[in-house]
Design a protein around this ligand. Sequence first.
Ligand code: 13P
Ligand code: SF4
Length: 319
Amino acid sequence: AEEKAELKDRIRRLLKEKEAVLVAHYYVDPDLQDLAEETGGCVSDSLEMARFGRDHPARTLVVAGVRFMGETAKILSPEKTILMPDLEATCSLDLGCPADEFAAFCDQHPDRTVVVYANTSAAVKARADWMVTSSIGLDIVRHLHEQGKKILWAPDRHLGSYIQKQTGADMLLWQGSCIVHDEFKGVELDLLKAQYPDAKVLVHPESPANVVAQADVVGSTTQLINAAVTLPATHFIVATDNGILHKMRAAAPGKHFIEAPTAGNSATCKSCAHCPWMAMNGLKNLAEVLESGANEVWVDPAIGVQAVRAIDRMLDFAA
Ligand code: 13P
Ligand code: SF4
């Protein structure tokens, strides 16, 4: 505990000294989320992280999250220095959608508008017409569908098929998935709901269809936290990375949050729904990168200028 307090003090001091700002995702270590908030940075979903990083005047951003979040920050602000506690922090969706294979897929379907999820590499975004996050993907695809566009969607198949069902859009789906959300189980969730008949079910749309189908609210991490605060219920079953519970409990004191069942967490594993890459962000490596300036995110500028168009389209739409 002593060491933790010292590390936190060191980080507070270094952020000031280096005039850096900390931008964190809700799935990272609670200490990092709290530090981001208390030092004038932000903790939020992917859309807000992008917007906050772009608009903040600091010359150095430290992104506590995964690689695509750091890259998005760099693409939006090439003049800023973007640091990450661990550059190896990736995402199964990003890994499952290599840029060359994706480009070949797009080439086969030139008649389709290419919409990619934020959880992709800069090179994949460079090939896209639109980038979307979970908070706004549904609205953007609905808008494109109303314009008569046919869509090529990548990489998350669960989010893609959820949006497809909701909008009726013609969507060709890449078959990627998130290793964390893919583990939520519909049958077990149904049993858990029977134990808590008054509980509201909050689901991230990277979850499988039979889990999404049981949701009271489907949304991004920020949208799920807002639902936890505003819905008049005492119990909530939460199907997303359990890193979110820290903020939910703080934002909705007195309410009870129960983790949705995964394949492994019934008896043996209490925290299966936790992203191993988000977990690579800690106090120690955060302090170290602030001190040394190592782990700078680099995006090929030629790719950056291509990729920024798809991100800007989303941010303009959201504005
Ligand atoms: P959001 O916070 O945008 O909902 O994203 C979830 C996610 O999987 C990030 O890794
Ligand atoms: Fe990727 Fe899933 Fe981890 Fe989010 S939780 S970074 S989607 S693997």
